[in-house]
Design a protein around this ligand. Structure first.
Ligand code: ADP
Ligand code: MG
Length: 320
């Protein structure tokens, strides 16, 4: 199949909110009056972000979902995406599965693929996402105030357990738990509805892609505040068999790929946030508070600070 036919067959679908989509030298879109364009890009590299044998459908889904998650974290409505993909060889079964996964995610979140680039090379998938947010209402990392409450959505550490099971580093999960965790890793959801509901309420927000401690750390640094969290309050994955506490803490505090939102808000918004969680059917948990003194501490039930190792993934750090 020629490059042109391949793009036509696998990556061309009718695009919404778009004046000109796939097929020309550039796509054309219009931003609604009063909106800002929110733009973000995330790359998935074979061997680094997924195993070579990961189902192609899941790679397609995840490559878009992780980008949509960045829109959620900004309180933006995701609308358009571009896809730049390098393929080692032409494998139509793989491409078909990949594009089905990509478009399944696009349909779920109402995103249109409007352009991209297709080339031969080591498998690499680069997606750019664009969305809209009313001017001045985006949720930023630098808005946390001292004495905000710190919140997270969902359950943390699930994707990390999925990764550990795939690596055969975790053998105590039941087969149902293993399936659930691997699904969380390979088919993440993006908290778009929550991000939209947090506009005007949250003072800061981030999506948890690299682990709670690392990602909350970005909010704290940019907002020039510190935080204290309570281990007991952090929503953890519940397993039938006992899991080593150290492993549970590492997964929950430093495990990546959950794509839940972490945000801070004034304590006066507490009840309103519980109500939003109920309405959206998304667990929202208050896990601590921010303060003027810098630094991030996680206290156990005896008020002792936990030791946090490998606080999140850093691609450029030497790993032991
Ligand atoms: P050019 O050579 O002008 O850059 P290309 O041949 O790379 O054009 O692409 C042709 C059209 O197909 C463009 O509109 C481009 O945005 C689109 N396109 C290429 N690859 C993809 C892809 N993987 N997904 C979506 N659109 C794509
Ligand atoms: Mg091109």
């Amino acid at each position: 199949m020629s490059e042109f036919n391949l793009i036509q067959h696998y990556f061309t679908r009718p695009a919404k909110n778009t004046d000109l989509g796939v097929g020309d030298d550039a796509a054309l879109i219009q931003i609604q009056a009063g909106q800002q364009l929110a733009i973000s890009a995330d790359m998935l590299v074979a061997g680094t972000h997924f195993f070579e044998n990961c189902p192609a459908f899941d790679i397609g889904w995840k490559s878009l979902a992780v980008n949509i998650s960045d829109m959620a974290a900004m309180g933006a409505t995701p609308k358009w995406a571009t896809l730049a993909i390098a393929l080692p060889q032409e494998n139509e079964d793989w491409l078909s599965e990949f594009s089905h996964g990509f478009f399944a995610c696009a349909d779920e979140f109402n995103v249109s693929l409007i352009g991209g680039d297709t080339t031969r090379g080591p498998l690499n998938i680069s997606v750019q996402i664009m969305g809209e947010v009313p001017i001045g209402q985006a949720l930023q990392r630098n808005g946390a105030q001292a004495n905000d409450e710190v919140w997270v959505s969902g359950t943390l550490g699930v994707a990390a357990f999925g990764l550990a099971s795939l690596q055969n580093k975790l053998t105590s999960l039941t087969s149902e738990e293993k399936t659930e965790c691997i699904r969380a890793l390979q088919r993440p959801q993006a908290r778009v509805a929550l991000g939209l509901a947090l506009r005007g309420i949250a003072n800061s927000a981030i999506d948890i892609s690299d682990g709670l401690v690392a990602d909350l750390g970005h909010i704290l640094k940019q907002s020039k505040v510190g935080a204290t969290l309570y281990w007991e309050d952090i929503p953890k994955f519940k397993t039938q068999n006992t899991i080593d506490l150290d492993i549970l803490q590492q997964a929950t505090l430093a495990g990546g790929d959950d794509y839940e939102l972490c945000f801070t808000a004034s304590a006066s918004a507490h009840d309103q946030l519980l109500e939003i969680g109920k309405q959206l059917n998304i667990p929202l948990t208050c896990i601590g508070f921010t303060h003027k003194e810098h630094g991030l501490h996680v206290l156990d039930s005896a008020q002792q600070a936990l030791e946090i190792r490998n606080a999140g993934y850093d691609h450029f750090k030497e790993h032991a």
